[in-house]
Design a protein around this ligand. Structure first.
Ligand SMILES: [Ca+2]
Ligand SMILES: [Ca+2]
Ligand SMILES: [Ca+2]
Length: 437
């Protein structure tokens, strides 16, 4: 590819030509740095200070590079109108367009931290309030969002109500509420992101009850939200939570562990599901939807690894691995009469240690480790280690390749599954989340 930028480097804004249909010839590239100034030009040599200043300049197709360092915040964009109101530290309301997102990216290789712990606003706080659509956020660490009174439920690290956004390589942690919370919108992709050590000590419904790693709680007509390649650990409530979601959500290739505890301890806190795949507050609703949780791993979650949470329809649970959770697979659903019933379509799952299953009566379950009469033991695995899962990701952001809970070469769980439409090697799918090559 020919260099595009050489002649443009002397102008205030570097223009890059993007070969994207429907985009005007030149998209702009801007720079933000903790040492910058919002009265500067927004260039590589004279970056702005704030992402808000950058947003005021961008159009569809533009890119904002965030340079290394800590972006500390001490105030929100507005004052609290009441102690139960909500304020934003950052509002991303300007949208890109199809094929021409607005991108907010860490400058390649640089560590970018947004620290919201200095905001003492006396109401609920959203760190990033993403109301826009066609945005692409990448490589951003988000920490420290506070609860500053005990009159509310959670605050939030990232709160999303737009659509068609991509969130990649985020690291949301130590917020007093969920790390990433999709409240509305469809076709949002949360990719290769981590959320951990979130804890809401001041929630009015109980300390620790709301800080999930990731959640989607969207209304009807908001399909296509996906969590892929994400890790969620040591959050006080759940790892992934889909309660009150009225559009189908997919969670795949993701890991959850040690949720339901005060971070870094074994002291019980909130609910403690690794993957809480739906439910509507324990009541039957006529318009519940089917979620999919597949090729994912849950271990050492306090209450459940994979949990249907009184859901109203049978979710698909395919090729998951559960190890030593309170209950590995708890398929508690609810029928139209309000009675508890087992609901779930389970194939190729693997449960080992802890209580393997609960509420299976009424489910469709076959080709799972507990259905096949296989003998479970540590020797089925290369390793059953439960530490080291939070090591650095691969350079492209994908999950690290680890031996933990991967099948041993002679495992009798290899090729014991059934084709569920996912890729596999050998004569049949293996059981669990990690297919043997
Ligand atoms: Ca809870
Ligand atoms: Ca929860
Ligand atoms: Ca296989």
């Amino acid at each position: 590819m020919k260099p595009l930028l050489s002649s443009a480097l002397t102008v205030g804004v570097v223009a890059a030509v993007l070969a994207v249909p429907g985009v005007s010839a030149a998209a702009s590239v801007y720079y933000v740095s903790p040492s910058g100034s919002d009265s500067a030009a927004g260039t590589a040599s004279a970056p702005w200070r704030s992402i808000a200043r950058a947003q005021s300049a961008v159009a569809a197709g533009d890119t904002v590079y965030l340079r290394a360092g800590t972006y500390g915040y001490t105030s929100a964009t507005s004052s609290c109108s009441s102690q139960t109101a909500t304020v934003d530290a950052i509002t991303l309301s300007r949208s890109g367009s199809s094929g021409a997102p607005i991108s907010y990216l860490n400058y390649p290789g640089e560590k970018v931290l947004f620290d919201f712990s200095g905001i003492t606003a006396n109401c609920r706080i959203k760190g990033f309030d993403v109301t826009g659509s066609y945005l692409y956020l990448r490589g951003i660490e988000i920490s420290g969002v506070r609860q500053n009174n005990s009159l509310n439920h959670e605050s939030w690290g990232v709160w999303i109500s737009g659509s068609n956004n991509t969130f990649e390589k985020l690291n949301t942690h130590n917020n007093m509420g969920p790390g990433v919370f999709i409240a509305s919108g469809g076709n949002n992709l949360v990719l290769n992101s981590d959320s951990h050590d979130n804890y809401d000590p001041y929630s009015s419904n109980g300390a620790g009850e709301n800080a999930d790693g990731f959640g989607a709680h969207i209304g009807a007509g908001r399909s296509g939200n996906v969590f892929r390649g994400c890790r969620s650990w040591w959050n006080s409530d759940d790892g992934f939570d889909l309660i009150n979601a009225y559009s189908s959500v997919t969670i795949e290739n993701s890991w959850a562990w040690r949720n339901g505890y005060l971070p870094q301890t074994t002291t019980a806190a909130g609910n403690g599901a690794g993957f809480k795949a739906g439910g509507y507050g324990g009541v039957y609703v006529f318009n519940g939807v089917k979620h999919t949780v597949r090729t994912s791993v849950a271990f050492l979650n306090r209450s459940q690894g994979f949990y249907s949470n009184h859901h109203t329809v049978a979710n698909d649970y395919f090729n998951n691995t559960a190890y030593s959770n309170g209950v590995d697979f708890d398929m508690l659903g609810i029928n139209s009469g309000g009675a508890g019933v087992g609901l779930g379509n389970l194939r190729n799952n693997l449960a080992y240690a802890g209580t393997l299953t609960a509420n299976l009566s009424g489910t469709s379950a076959s080709y799972n480790s507990w259905n096949l009469g296989v003998t479970m033991s540590d020797s089925q695995f290369q390793s059953v280690a439960t530490t080291g899962w939070n090591v650095s990701r691969q350079s492209d952001g994908s999950l690290p390749v680890l031996p933990y809970l991967h099948l041993a070469s002679g495992s009798t769980l290899i090729n014991k599954g059934v084709n569920v439409g996912l890729p596999y090697n050998g004569s049949a799918p293996d059981l669990g989340a990690f297919e043997t090559s």
